[in-house]
Ligand binder design. Sequence first.
Ligand code: PLP
Length: 424
Amino acid sequence: MTPIDQLSKAELAALRASVQANYDAFRAQGLKLDMTRGKPAPDQLDLANAMLSLMGNADYRSEAGEDARNYGNLQGLAEARALIAPILGAPPEQIVVGDNSSLALMHDSLVYALTKGVPGSARPWAKEESVAFICPAPGYDRHFAICEEYGVRMLPVRMTGEGPDMEEVERLAADPAVKGIWAVPKYSNPTGDIYSDATVARLAAMRTGARDFRIFWDDAYCVHHLTAQRNAVANILEECARAGNQDRAFIFASTSKITLAGAGLAFFASSPANVKWYLSSASKRSIGPDKLNQLRHVRFLRDAEGINAHMDAHRALIAPKFAAVIEALDRHLAGTGAANWSVPQGGYFISVEASAGTARRVVELAKAAGVALTPAGATWPYGKDPDDSNLRLAPTFPTLAEVRAASEGIALCILLAALEARTA
Ligand code: PLP
């Protein structure tokens, strides 16, 4: 396909008319499709249905003999910590198992830092004149929402394909007001970036203006591969310790997209000092987590191999959906210059860079044609995409047939918006 920027005025007008006709025909089907949220589909949740009948009505003792029905053990059962330890790359004694949401643990960690400070803080972060976080973008809207909620200034830094632009991160981190950074190190939401060894080493070792700087290392997609390749990322705790910054990283993860999105286990892992700090505040908030769910997960998943096998079953269900989106984007847009898109090796999203200034229009066109897309701008701090170009596609929840239909429409909308911008 000839790049649309090389077409003559007449050719552009002709192409716009034909794409408009295709779009009108798509719209006339009156479909109702939703590609907005990264939720597992019902058939993915079915993979964990055996958990619903675990553990019968007599199996409630931990390996250490604790009665999992009762209060207590804020850090979580030893066997649940051992289950996730090889995946998080942290020793079990440096892991906390929380209830069902890692986002809640991230929220709480930031609130504890703001109200009390973290190990190494001179004062609570909220007592500083100003608190800022580095926000790799496009990124996860809910990270940004937490910052916005508590008045933490957000400093966007562009993603490069192997994590954020580290020159820019290092420059910003030199400011003492900058207390942290968000990071989704594997299959980043939404760009699919896998942080390179160099990115991890630089994050661990960089000089920070704040001595209590923290990396909020959200390993949400640590085992969520879309290919046979189980990509690994360097161990952030080890890298931080090697660089003499042993307290720098807070690791978060969960089984939301492994077992059950509303009834999984969430994890916090960090240095001994940070774990002690976390548990001290968490002990005021709760007398203990749901340990029956921890036992249920241990019985069902068993070990790291069990987790990998389970994730292979997820992959079989969702990889074809990602392939369908990529196929439609390729067929309509390859060579046009109207957009670039990620081909993720894992995670839950495809990120599209549409023509500058057209993302909002694409979402509008898609809505009119019955396809709900994540609002343009959602992947940037404060909802402000400087180029109005990023679109986040979430293909896991709809059926494969729905993903195929929606992708067709989305590709047409991206092309039509690009042509409108060039023929206005
Ligand atoms: N972190 C990232 C990067 C996510 O994409 C999501 C969900 O989409 C979450 C966290 C939510 O995790 P949880 O269900 O454990 O709260």
